[in-house]
Design a binder for this molecule. Structure first.
Ligand code: GRF
Length: 203
């Protein structure tokens, strides 16, 4: 399964996928990593693993549509079966999301449908939630709204701040993202009629 990974930052989720591929636990070939921000750590992680690492700076484009069109052309040149958004901090146009419908995954640090958008850890703390977590979902034209493939739950502990809670959530991210990608690569995970299916059964 050929995979293109899109990042904007540190790339710790990318690293989890690289590690899984190297360990032989993930039947994937990461063909390319693309960042919309220059100079980020995730690009170094890709290069260190011998993976092609590209920067496509959104600041060089006049519109979201123009950026997404260039991004899609760069992605398609690598003929991926799956596009993985791993900390990719851009809102995508409907033309882009529909192009990869059913073959693009995102990871969002909340128990969706709770806390779509930004600052999820602080919002969970402010709400006094006793539990928080992370969701891997198929990407549709609804921001953080596509069908979920897997979630992990963590406790909110006394004395937590956004950073400590984020760190606890990230440990789970690095487990469930490779798991969802493996399911997809093995043909177990798919999307149909806006539902995620595992082994043909709606999740
Ligand atoms: C993760 O917390 C992810 O859930 C969020 O952005 C962060 C990316 O982290 N969407 P990294 O770049 O994979 O380290």
């Amino acid at each position: 399964t050929r995979v293109v990974v899109l990042i904007s930052g540190s790339g710790s989720n990318l690293q989890a996928l690289i590690d899984g591929q190297i360990a032989g636990e993930l039947p994937i070939d990461i063909a390319c990593v693309i960042s919309n921000r220059p100079g980020v750590r995730g690009l170094e992680r890709a290069a260190e693993a011998g993976i092609e690492a590209l920067t496509l700076d959104h600041k060089g484009f006049d519109s979201r549509e123009a950026f997404d069109k260039a991004l899609a052309e760069t992605i398609d040149a690598h003929r991926p079966d799956l596009v993985v958004l791993a900390g990719f901090m851009r809102i995508l146009t409907p033309a882009f999301t529909s192009r990869y419908l059913g073959r693009m995954l995102n990871i969002h640090p909340s128990l969706l449908p709770k806390y779509q958008g930004l600052h999820t850890h602080q919002r969970a703390l402010d709400a006094g939630d006793s539990e928080h977590g992370v969701t891997v979902h198929f990407v549709t034209d609804e921001l953080d709204g596509g069908p979920a493939a897997i979630q992990a739950v963590v406790p909110v502990l006394a004395g937590d701040d956004a950073a400590s809670l984020a760190a606890r959530v990230q440990q789970q991210e690095h487990l469930i993202y490779p798991m969802a990608v493996r399911w997809f690569a093995e043909g177990k995970l798919s999307m149909r009629e806006n539902k995620a299916l595992l082994d043909g059964e709606p999740l």
